[in-house]
Design a protein around this ligand. Structure first.
Ligand code: MG
Length: 263
C-alpha cells in the first residue's frame, strides 16, 4: 500500500508542477508586450524621424517593430515622410525629381519606401508601414497598390504590417495584401466590434482615445484582435498600457519602455 501511495503522491506532485508551468507560460504569453519605435528610433545622436538610420537604430536595440509614414508623389514614387509636405513641397502633388535631392535633418536624402524596405530586409525588426490618407482617393488607391506590390517584389510580406488613418485605405490594404497580413486602423472612432467584420487585425489608437475607452482592450482580445497604442512616451502612459495588457506600445522612447518591461 505504501508503495502505491508513494507513486500516486509523486504523480500528483508532477501534475501540479506541470500545471504551474502551463499557467506561468500562459500568463507570460498573455502579458507579453512589444515595443514599436515611432518613426524609427530617431531620438538619438545623428538620427532623424523616418530616416534609414532611425530604422537601423530601432533594429539595433531589438525593438519588435519600427514604424514609418508613406506618401506617394504625383508621378508614383513612394516617399517616407510624416507630414504631407517636405521643406514646403506637397508630396502628393509634386514630382519625385523635385524631392529627390532634399535632405533630412541628419543629412540623409529623403528616403523612398523602396530604400527603406531594402534596408529593412537586412534587419530583423518588423516594418510597420503607415499609409497616409491622400487627398485624392484614386491616388491613395494607387498608393496602396504600389506599396503592397513593392513589399511583394522585395519578398517582405511576412515582415510588414500596415496601419492607416484612412477608412477606405484600410479596406484597400486588407484587400490587396496577402491573406493574413495584419492591417490596423488608427483613427480611433470605431470600436473593435465595428472593425472585426472588416477583417482588421486590431486597433492602433492614440493613448488619449484608449484612456477614454479602456474597455476596447478586452473587447478586442475577446474578438481575437490586438491592441496597439501610440504615442506612449511618458512613464505614466507606459505603465498604463502595461497594466491594461496592451499588445503593442508605439513610442519615441523605446529604451525607457524596454527597461520598464524588463523590471
Ligand atoms: Mg505614423
Amino acid at each position: 500500500m505504501g508503495f502505491h501511495y508513494y507513486f500516486i503522491n509523486a504523480f500528483f506532485t508532477i501534475m501540479r508542477k506541470i500545471l504551474f508551468i502551463i499557467a506561468l507560460v500562459a500568463t507570460v504569453a498573455a502579458t507579453a508586450q512589444e515595443v514599436i519605435c515611432h518613426r524609427g528610433y530617431w531620438d538619438t545622436d545623428g538620427s532623424a524621424q523616418n530616416s534609414i538610420l532611425a530604422l537601423i537604430k530601432a533594429d539595433s536595440i531589438n525593438a519588435w517593430g519600427s514604424e514609418f509614414d508613406v506618401w506617394m508623389t504625383a508621378d508614383g514614387t513612394l516617399v517616407v515622410n510624416h507630414d504631407e509636405s517636405f521643406q514646403g513641397i506637397t508630396i502628393e502633388t509634386a514630382k519625385w525629381k523635385q524631392l529627390k535631392n532634399l535632405k533630412l535633418n541628419n543629412g540623409e536624402p529623403l528616403p523612398t519606401l523602396e530604400k527603406m524596405l531594402k534596408c529593412g530586409k537586412k534587419l530583423n525588426t518588423k516594418l510597420i508601414v503607415e499609409m497616409k490618407p491622400h487627398s485624392i482617393k484614386s491616388h491613395e488607391h494607387e498608393a496602396a497598390k504600389k506599396i503592397v506590390n513593392l513589399v511583394k517584389k522585395l519578398k517582405l510580406q511576412e515582415r510588414v504590417e500596415y496601419i492607416t488613418f484612412s477608412y477606405q485605405g484600410m479596406k484597400w490594404l486588407k484587400e490587396l495584401a496577402p491573406e493574413g497580413t495584419p492591417v490596423y486602423y488608427l483613427n480611433g472612432e470605431l470600436s473593435p466590434t465595428q472593425l472585426a467584420p472588416l477583417g482588421m487585425a486590431g486597433i492602433d489608437y492614440n493613448i488619449g482615445v484608449m484612456r477614454e475607452h479602456p474597455q476596447w482592450i478586452d473587447e478586442a482580445h475577446s474578438l481575437g484582435m490586438k491592441v496597439n497604442v501610440w504615442t506612449v512616451n511618458s512613464l505614466r502612459d507606459m505603465q498604463w498600457c502595461i497594466n491594461y495588457g496592451v499588445d503593442f506600445i508605439t513610442t519615441n522612447a523605446p529604451e525607457q519602455l524596454q527597461q520598464l518591461l524588463n523590471q
